[in-house]
Ligand binder design. Sequence first.
Ligand code: IPM
Ligand code: MG
Length: 356
Amino acid sequence: MEKKITVLAGDGIGPEIVAEAIKVLDKIADKFGHKFDYTYVDIGGCSIDKFGVPITDEGMQKCKEADSVLLGAVGGPKWDNCPPAIRPEKALLAVRKELGLFANLRPTKLFSQLADSSPLKMSIVGNGIDLMIVRELTGGVYFGERKTEEVDGELVAIDYMPYSEHEIERIGRVAFESAMKRGKKLHSVDKANVLDTSRLWRKTMHRLAEEYPDVEYNDILVDNTAMQLIKNPTQFDVIVTENMFGDILSDEASMLTGSIGMMPSASLSSGTLGMYEPIHGSAPDIAGMNLANPIGTILSAAMMLRYSFNMMDEADAIEAAVNKALDDGYRTGDIMQDGCTKVGCKEMGDVILNNI
Ligand code: IPM
Ligand code: MG
């Protein structure tokens, strides 16, 4: 197969980790007889520096025309004081919205080789953590109207958090389908004791639950979820939630696994076009030093093969190669353990590539 991939390497460690994922993709292409064509587009701070905007219209067009998009990371202190309309993050949100990427899948898995790196006790994580957060990505407070105005001599800021039934229903379906393919257990996270959007969310999920009698369905409040993730994380299989709750809970969940550097994500549309990125940020403090962990990005490339290109064996091959690298004791600094071999970003990419 021949596939067009638009690459948004971005800022900070973005270019280094993306380079390793591309090396791995090329090895897959070689081995399985595919051809991947890459188009590089600037996004975030590097685009602001060059063009004055975090992504250009042509760049956005290149994302829309691709078979899938691979993203590194955006942002950094250098652009923290940019006006809100041209902040690096703005480009990320615009790509999500314009490509219709409403479903964000964030698998959270504790690799058995790294169980020691989890901040939780073995008695809590011992059975292994393997859960999937399904985050709604193009609605809610991220995309509602916002304004700051003066009222009675002081500033008042408002961020609206709208959700419509069809937005809730389509993310709900992704979550129920995902649960059907995994452990058939779904927790729907909301704040229905306070928010109207959550009450509509819950009502819509209950309607869907009737269509999926094989899935064990649970409602859970977001504050309780934050607690349960620490207290008893192995109770979860699939978690579905709205945009901002999903943002917060997925960072929390990633830490259960020891390093956010390991975690991939997929942002999916109703078609096959998707965007794939590690869930960590641009880590400007270690940028360009060959210290970053490329595994989150490499596993995101595996998700791309699985979800956008339907290349299941190829995706499995990447995941097996990552597993073997860990089995063989190779570690980047963030996951370093006694007795293991410390490697840089490039070397980790090479080890994984050679395992394919
Ligand atoms: C994420 C990030 C983004 C988000 C930021 C960079 C806008 O935190 O992908 O989780 O909040 O969605
Ligand atoms: Mg986040």
